[in-house]
Design a protein around this ligand. Sequence first.
Ligand SMILES: NC(=O)c1ccc[n+]([C@@H]2O[C@H](COP(=O)([O-])OP(=O)(O)OC[C@H]3O[C@@H](n4cnc5c(N)ncnc54)[C@H](OP(=O)(O)O)[C@@H]3O)[C@@H](O)[C@H]2O)c1
Length: 262
Amino acid sequence: MSADAPRPRRPVALVTGASRGIGRAVAIELGRQGFDLCLGARAQEACEALAREPVLQGVDVLSLALDVRDRRSIDAFAQAALDRFGCIDLLVANAGIGGGDLFPAMRREEIEGLVETNFLGVLHSVHAVLPAMRRQRQGAVVLVASVAGEVALPGSALYAATKAAVVRFADGLRREVRRNGIRVTAILPGFVRTDMTQGLPFPMPGPEVVAKAVLAAYRRGRRTIVVPGFYRMLIWLARAAPWLVDLVGRRILRDTDVPGRE
Ligand SMILES: NC(=O)c1ccc[n+]([C@@H]2O[C@H](COP(=O)([O-])OP(=O)(O)OC[C@H]3O[C@@H](n4cnc5c(N)ncnc54)[C@H](OP(=O)(O)O)[C@@H]3O)[C@@H](O)[C@H]2O)c1
């Protein structure tokens, strides 16, 4: 490159739910790989603290308060990124909440909160960035779903339904926007060590495995990534022998009285 040739522009990524866990690990990995970042979560101060971490020195980071349940908040998030960086190359729609309760025991507000965050929040996030990506005629959308979107066990019926909705949405959206140069990937993590899985009594990998999958999705435009890879076998088994999952479900609930709310 000659001395006065323009430097190649750094790609720009928006990450929702960047205050901790998988979103935080994704932000760090993308920063290391040369992205500029727009980070959002309700805990804005945690995103700001992340932006000050030595590992993100030299990265242009915009940290904003974001509530994905509120589409005005998401629209403002995307607009702020465009005002600052002028383009959006990658959206990582990661913000989500767990729903570890039996459905009959859930309160209506919990049901609505889960759907609003895990599914509507994803739709709002994607809808907010698509106009810019269509104008640019390029972009990548990575949706963080879950293995639960393919295998629903007791205690996660609604959570699994929200994630299954994300997986199917990714499939359809990919086919709709391909001709606009936009690639869409669903990432299906199994159990990963974050606040969401705190207290679960078995070993699991750290959130960095999902961060690496996000990078692979951006670079290679994969349809679906299951991570860690061995969960692919579980998904295959659940499709081939759903009765086996029913059996596991019965064992999980063996000593549990399925409650109903009055
Ligand atoms: N950990 C796992 O084993 C696992 C497995 C499969 C899939 N996943 C999925 O991976 C994603 C990240 O989960 P995690 O394990 O990293 O959980 P986590 O540590 O609890 O982090 C969740 C993130 O989502 C943000 N968030 C939640 N509600 C939000 C809202 N209304 N608006 C904006 N941000 C919101 C949180 O930030 P604030 O609270 O500050 O808003 C936080 O940054 C989720 O979609 C989850 O379903 C996780």
